[in-house]
Design a protein around this ligand. Structure first.
Ligand code: HEC
Length: 109
């Protein structure tokens, strides 16, 4: 009896963990082609402009530099894989950042 309960518990746990993993995977996979404002808001803006990373808007940072940073990371800056930010999204994002104006709502250095 005790064995059966333990088995049931184990199966139940494994099942819910599997479902959670699958859900996490689905949530991480971005839909194709989010606009750069959106990618910036969800993936960059909570650090940049919020005292964690340096301000990157309105500085004319070259698109190539942005791409290198996003794919490679540096120090506390995480790297993002193509499953998180697609190549097409990164191309659009990096051009958008290069041409961006400073955002007065952001703070930090
Ligand atoms: C977890 C916080 C965090 C997130 C999220 C983040 N960054 Fe960063 N980023 C940093 C930090 C910290 C640095 C400074 C790294 C260093 O020089 O050691 C940095 C540096 C940079 C730089 C170089 C800036 C400079 O002045 O040289 C660029 C460009 C950049 N990040 C772009 C991005 C983009 C684009 C995203 C979103 C896709 C992003 N970062 C997401 C923390 C973050």
């Amino acid at each position: 009896m005790r064995m059966a309960i333990a088995l049931l518990l184990a199966c139940g746990l494994a099942g819910s963990a599997g479902a959670a993993l699958a859900a996490g995977k689905a949530a991480e996979t971005p839909p194709a082609g989010r606009p750069p404002e959106r990618v910036y808001a969800v993936a960059c803006g909570y650090c940049h402009g919020h005292n964690v990373g340096p301000i990157i808007l309105g500085r004319g940072i070259p698109a190539a530099t942005v791409q290198t940073m996003v794919r490679g990371g540096r120090g506390a800056m995480p790297a993002f894989r193509p499953t998180e930010i697609t190549n097409a999204e990164l191309a659009a994002l990096s051009r958008w950042i290069e041409k961006s104006k400073a955002n007065a709502e952001e703070h930090g250095k």
